[in-house]
Design a protein around this ligand. Structure first.
Ligand SMILES: Cc1cc2nc3c(=O)[nH]c(=O)nc-3n(C[C@H](O)[C@H](O)[C@H](O)COP(=O)(O)OP(=O)(O)OC[C@H]3O[C@@H](n4cnc5c(N)ncnc54)[C@H](O)[C@@H]3O)c2cc1C
Ligand code: FES
Length: 255
């Protein structure tokens, strides 16, 4: 069933499950979604447990052939149940959905990820590197258990900060960003908590660099119909699921 331009609703077989602390990586067999997904897009995943009516949005972490990888952190009951699926289970997904990160014409990129928000940045890194861009990443985590998700990433140049200093530099992602190779043509690609993105918007303005951010929001339909996920922007209210989740940093209006 085609549910949005390019999106399909399918039952995907779980091929591989890896646990990294509170987060779980799922490799799903879904050739059509794998072929159509652009970096930054997400899928709506049905919670494989009784009593959950709404699907949960999860970013596509990476694509390999006819498989996609999702990274899911147990935040509430829905994500906990999704993270408990086993190899061989079938998971209903709807996607790919939303706007992807713009990649054209970028020579240098710095990826900025906060916690599980780093998930879509793996596929951004791969796509930019394939276009010949120089790519660095700075990721921030609360502590070493949360930083275990790094094992799901393959990035040539990544700096890490943890709040307790247990991995990488002590502090926030901005302490790691201080050492990143920022030039006037650098483009930032970010995903993480709202507070981090608001601070990054100010940081980008101070350093005169452009960038994009992927937002999280509570979602119901995930396809632009219900208007349950709107956020303010410089041009009015935008639906995170359909107008985003990727926005230019400069167009976001933070509370
Ligand atoms: C486009 C998009 C991509 C996402 N990608 C990923 C991903 O790759 N991996 C991943 O683990 N999560 C991702 N998320 C977040 C994930 O969808 C939510 O954590 C999930 O829907 C929560 O469902 P739940 O039933 O586990 O928790 P709930 O019981 O619904 O909520 C648990 C707690 O988390 C809070 N919460 C729930 N959803 C959000 C949200 N979107 N933003 C802020 N707080 C929230 C609730 O207020 C509550 O306090 C993404 C969200 C969006 C919008
Ligand atoms: S979740 Fe329905 S419009 Fe975005």
């Amino acid at each position: 069933m085609t549910t949005q331009s390019g999106a399909v609703q399918i039952s995907a077989r779980v091929l591989e499950v890896c646990h990294y602390g509170r987060a779980t990586q799922l490799w799903l067999a879904c050739p059509i979604v794998a072929t159509r997904t652009e970096p930054g897009q997400f899928v709506m995943v049905a919670v494989p447990a009784p009593g959950f009516h709404l699907r949960r949005p999860l970013s596509v972490h990476r694509v390999r052939g006819d498989r996609i990888s999702l990274l899911v952190e147990a935040r509430g009951e829905g994500t906990r149940a999704i993270g408990e699926v086993a190899v061989g289970d079938a998971v209903s997904i709807n996607g790919p959905l939303g706007a992807a990160f713009p990649l054209a014409g970028v020579a240098r990129a710095v990826l900025v990820g906060g916690g599980i928000g780093a998930a879509p940045l793996q596929s951004v890194a791969e796509a930019l590197a394939a276009r010949g861009a120089a790519v660095s990443a700075v990721f921030g985590f609360r502590d070493a258990p949360h930083a275990r998700i790094l094992h799901a990433f393959e990035l040539p140049d990544v700096s890490v900060a943890t709040e307790d200093g247990s991995v990488g530099v002590r502090g926030t992602v901005f302490d790691a960003l201080r050492h990143a190779p920022i030039t006037s043509d650098t483009v930032l690609y970010a995903c993480g908590p709202l507070g981090m993105l608001a601070a990054l918007q100010r940081w980008a303005a101070e350093h005169a660099v452009a960038g994009y951010a992927s937002l999280e929001a509570h979602m119901a339909c995930g396809t632009g119909v219900c208007h349950g996920c709107v956020v303010p922007t410089t041009w009015g209210y935008a639906r995170v699921c359909a107008d985003g989740p990727v926005f230019a940093l400069s167009e976001l209006v933070f509370p």
